[in-house]
Design a protein around this ligand. Sequence first.
Ligand SMILES: NC(=O)c1ccc[n+]([C@@H]2O[C@H](COP(=O)([O-])OP(=O)(O)OC[C@H]3O[C@@H](n4cnc5c(N)ncnc54)[C@H](O)[C@@H]3O)[C@@H](O)[C@H]2O)c1
Length: 307
Amino acid sequence: MNLLITGACGHIGTHIIKNLDKIKKIKKTFLIDNLQSNRHNSLFNNRKKSRLKFYLDDLRDNKSLKYLGKVDYVIHLASMTNAENSFKEKKEMYKNNLSCFKNIVEFCIKKKSKLIHISSASVYGKQAKVVDEECSKEYLKPQSPYADIKLIEEKILKRKKNKLKYVTLRFGTISGVSPGIRFHTAVNKFCFLAAINKPVTVYKTAINQYRPYLSLNDAFRVFKFCIEKDLFNNEIYNILSGNYTVKHILNKIKKYKKKIKINFVKSPIMNQLSYHVSNKKFNKLGLILNDNLEKDIKDTLKLLDNI
Ligand SMILES: NC(=O)c1ccc[n+]([C@@H]2O[C@H](COP(=O)([O-])OP(=O)(O)OC[C@H]3O[C@@H](n4cnc5c(N)ncnc54)[C@H](O)[C@@H]3O)[C@@H](O)[C@H]2O)c1
């Protein structure tokens, strides 16, 4: 079977590439990225047996993808992904992410490819004890243009549900190390600042807010599960390893980096909301996610040893 990974040079894509041989069904993998993030290093030192073929291409262009033959599965990761910057890059992000997405959806319909669509747990945004996939519309309150776009993508897929097979995964914030690691999301950013002895910047309102986090290892186990179990039932699933507060994360960092300074700042994503995201719906399928955030933090800090 053939797999296409879009946005393959990013944080999540490179972790999948590294582990591809664990998905026995996949015999050949096509990778697409426009390298807008300049991570050429993501393409270094791959193994021959992974049978990879890389295309430098921009998915906004509807002439892209024309060169591909049969593709059984698509993992669509190509996006602009900086939620905080999305306020000032709103127009560009809408254009980029939605054009890529629509292009991929049309491709999947035409080629009968099964689609893994990555949404985000940031589509939730109302004070609540627990939110789940069945919650009423009032709980779906994206707090940034980035999260708005994710919700639009989910709705587009719902409208097309009779034309293609897909699964939407609402990922928590990723932790962990990959060849294309990036540092603009919470855990990694905190680790980086702590490692270079800079004050860790924390949004004033965020310190005790619960948010969902997802270890890269768990993310990979979910991709493998969807492909092996053929989980393309046009459903939405929350995907997370656990719910934590920023304080919990800082305390885990402090175990390995004793002295860290904290600087409280304002952010465009300032709100008083705290909520747990439920992962029951996915757990019921039989794959329990519980990878260790602390190990991810340790590994990330280790990358920056001796700096
Ligand atoms: N990392 C997280 O914490 C997290 C959490 C929830 C959801 N997600 C989602 O998972 C997906 C992958 O995230 P990531 O962390 O790997 O992001 P990333 O920013 O590391 O990688 C995205 C990749 O997409 C590529 N890209 C962007 N626009 C493109 C275009 N027009 N054509 C071709 N390639 C393009 C970029 O060059 C980059 O390599 C995204 O949809 C993101 O929103 C990520």
